[in-house]
Design a protein around this ligand. Structure first.
Ligand code: ATP
Ligand code: MG
Length: 259
C-alpha cells in the first residue's frame, strides 16, 4: 500500500509545488517508487517535472471524469525519476463537470485503488483553494502535509484549513490525519518568522517537521532549468533540506507501519 499524502494549503505561493516536486525527487533518489499527482490547473508541478503541459493528450482531468485510468494517464518524468499524473488548464473544467457526477469528492480515491501497490509514496499537489479538486485530494489521501510561510496571517489561514480537514474526516474520509506542518522559505534573520515558528511549535508540537526549508534561490530557479533542485544543484541548502524532509517522512512511515 502506498502512503498517500496531499500537499495542501489554500493560501497561494507558500511552496506547495516546490515541496511536492522536490520531495518526489528526493524519495525517488532514495529508491522509493513515487507517483506525483498534479491537481492544479496551473500545471506547475507538471512543468517542474519537465513535462510540456501544452502537448499532453491525457491528463488527470480524464482520470477524474472517468474516461481514462491512472495507468493510461500516468507518464514517467525523466527529470525527476518518478511517475506523474500531469495537469494543464483543461483541469479547470473538471470543477464544473464534476458537480453533476456521483461521488464527486471521491473520484481520485477510487481511481487510485488499482495502483496502490505500484508505489511507496503518492504525493498530491493541491491548488490554492478549498475547492472540489482539493477535496478530491483530501479524500484520496491518508494524511496531509501543510507547507506554510512563517508570516503574520499564516496562523489564521491554518485554522480554516484545520477545520476543513476536520469536516472531511467526519463526512468523507475518517482516516485523514495531519502528517505535518512544514515551514517553508524560512529566513532565520527575520524575527517575525521566528515568532510565528515558535507559536507553531507551541500549538502543534511534534506535528511540525523538524526539517525547515530555507529561502534558497536554487529552489526557485531549478524549474527554469527543467529539473528538480536535486539535479540542478545537489549541494544547495534547498536541496539538502528536501533530502532531510524525505528522510523524516520515511522515518515517520516506518513508525506508522511496522513490518
Ligand atoms: P500556488 O499556490 O500558486 O500553487 P505554491 O504554494 O505551489 O503556489 P510554489 O509555486 O512552490 O508555491 O512557490 C511559489 C514561489 O516561491 C515560486 O516562484 C517558487 O519558485 C518560490 N519558492 C518556493 N519555495 C522557495 C524557497 N524555499 N526558496 C525560494 N523560493 C521559493
Ligand atoms: Mg502550486
Amino acid at each position: 500500500m502506498a502512503k498517500v499524502l496531499a500537499i495542501t494549503n489554500q493560501k497561494g505561493g507558500v511552496g506547495k509545488t516546490t515541496t511536492t516536486v522536490n520531495l518526489a525527487a528526493s524519495l525517488a533518489a532514495a529508491k522509493k517508487r513515487v507517483l506525483l499527482i498534479d491537481l492544479d490547473p496551473q500545471g506547475n508541478a507538471t512543468m517542474g517535472s519537465a513535462i510540456n503541459k501544452a502537448s499532453l493528450a491525457i491528463t488527470v482531468y480524464e482520470v477524474l471524469i472517468g474516461t481514462k485510468s491512472v495507468r493510461e494517464a500516468r507518464i514517467y518524468s525523466e527529470a525527476g525519476k518518478y511517475d506523474i499524473l500531469p495537469a494543464n488548464r483543461e483541469l479547470a473544467g473538471a470543477e464544473i463537470e464534476l458537480v453533476d457526477i456521483d461521488n464527486r469528492e471521491t473520484r481520485l480515491k477510487v481511481a487510485l485503488d488499482v495502483v496502490q501497490d505500484d508505489y511507496d509514496f503518492i504525493l498530491i499537489d493541491c491548488p490554492p483553494a478549498l475547492n472540489l479538486l482539493t477535496l478530491n485530494g483530501l479524500c484520496a489521501a491518508k494524511s496531509v502535509m501543510i507547507p506554510m510561510q512563517c508570516e503574520y496571517y499564516a496562523l489564521e489561514g491554518l485554522s480554516d484549513l484545520v477545520n476543513t480537514i476536520r469536516k472531511v474526516r467526519s463526512n468523507l474520509n475518517v482516516d485523514l490525519e495531519i502528517e505535518g506542518l512544514l515551514r517553508t522559505m524560512y529566513d532565520p534573520r527575520n524575527s517575525l518568522a521566528q515568532q510565528v515558528s515558535d507559536q507553531l511549535l507551541k500549538h502543534f508540537g511534534d506535528k511540525v517537521y523538524r526539517t525547515v526549508i530555507p529561502r534558497n534561490v536554487r529552489l526557485a530557479e531549478a524549474p527554469s532549468f527543467g529539473l528538480p533542485a536535486l539535479y540542478h544543484d545537489r549541494d544547495s541548502r534547498g536541496t539538502q533540506a528536501y533530502l532531510a524532509l524525505a528522510g523524516e517522512l520515511m522515518n515517520n512511515a516506518a513508525v506508522a507501519e511496522p513490518i
